[in-house]
Ligand binder design. Structure first.
Ligand SMILES: Nc1nc2c([nH]c(=O)n2[C@@H]2O[C@H](COP(=O)(O)OP(=O)(O)OP(=O)(O)O)[C@@H](O)[C@H]2O)c(=O)[nH]1
Ligand SMILES: [Mg+2]
Length: 314
């Protein structure tokens, strides 16, 4: 059987307080009763954004004023291949309601897991819950200097996702620093991701693990429970595939641009990066030579955002 191809535009409407608008599919349609991001199929000759605007008028009675790409997910159902082209809606006019009689609800991010979604939605839920900047901490010999810089980023730059990368510390110094960093991150409601061996979480109840690519490639299964975040460093298509195979929640991909920290590495550039992100099936942070000024560019080619040391660690 040749499967139908279905191209769908869908909206992640995220309110300032972090609540996300969900709609329930009527029980009589395909995937009935499940919750979804409002949207629908592209009509002939429509772009994704045009379809998004039309669908939200039809389904919710709102007019989009500003939206940005969030994630594109390719998924194979038993009867069709689907491309979900998901946009984050930042601003709209009108009060959304279930114009087709469907239930509509603003849901806090922390409660999204309680709602049954179609199978294809897993990466979308990840993308909705992750910020658009990922701070990777720099090597820092002194704990006090480290904590000062971390607090500055949390306080002044509003960073909410931090990876503790400290290759020069031995195990006990790393754990000590991780404990201090975790306490600080908790104060700012930021997530702390430890870099290295998943077993680190046995000692410290941080929010997740970031796998170096070497560790990623050696794994056969996801090494963490589902309630922790699993990230990985990737640099080529094989590593991206492996990250998807073991169920990573997100990855960094580098280098996208020329970076002074790795002058020998050939940057992939935005064009090829876009092709890689398209098939990644999970949120991808652009890394390597990128700054906060590149967030819109990164998102325009489908990335979750940017990851950086240099631009945020000061
Ligand atoms: N809108 C939307 N569709 C999704 C999501 N996840 C997901 O797998 N889908 C699938 O994408 C397809 C969207 O079709 P739809 O029924 O919304 O299409 P539509 O609004 O144009 O209505 P139509 O049935 O009149 O063509 C369905 O097969 C649905 O199961 C999601 O989060 N939002
Ligand atoms: Mg629909």
């Amino acid at each position: 059987m040749v499967k139908r191809r279905v191209h769908v535009a869908a909206a992640a409407i995220i309110r300032e307080d972090g609540h996300v608008l969900l709609a329930r599919r009527p029980s009589i349609v395909d995937q009935g009763g499940l919750w979804e991001f409002p949207g629908g199929k592209l009509a002939p000759y429509e772009t994704g954004y045009e379809a998004l605007r039309r669908e939200l008028r039809e389904e919710l009675g709102i007019e989009i004023l500003r939206a940005q790409p969030l994630i594109r997910v390719h998924h194979e159902y038993a009867d069709k291949r689907i491309l979900l082209d998901v946009w984050q809606v930042h601003d709209f006019e009108g009060e959304p309601f279930g114009r087709e009689g469907q239930a509509v609800r603003w849901v806090p991010q922390a409660e999204l897991n309680n709602y049954p979604f179609p199978e294809a939605n897993h990466p979308i839920l990840r993308a909705v819950c992750l910020p658009h900047e990922y701070l990777i901490s720099d090597e820092e010999a002194d704990d006090t200097v480290f904590l000062d810089k971390l607090e500055r980023a949390l306080r002044d730059d509003n960073i909410r996702l931090v990876q503790l990368r400290a290759k020069t510390l031995d195990d006990s110094a790393y754990l000590k620093r991780a404990e201090q960093a975790l306490a600080l991150c908790r104060r700012y409601e930021a997530r702390l991701i430890l870099n290295g061996d998943p077993a680190l979480l046995d000692s410290i109840d941080a929010d997740g693990i970031h796998l170096p690519s070497r560790v990623l490639m050696a794994l056969k299964h996801r090494p963490l429970a589902d309630d922790k975040w699993l990230g990985a460093s990737t640099h080529d298509p094989q590593q991206l595939e492996q990250a998807a195979a073991i169920g990573c929640d997100f990855v960094t991909f580098s280098p996208v641009r020329v970076t002074p920290s790795h002058p020998g590495a050939a940057p992939v550039g935005w064009h090829d990066f876009q092709q890689l992100v398209e098939t990644a099936g999970m949120p991808v942070y652009a890394l390597g030579g990128v700054t906060r000024d590149d967030i819109d560019q990164a998102r325009a080619v489908g990335a979750q955002g940017i990851a950086t040391i240099r631009d945020l660690w000061k």
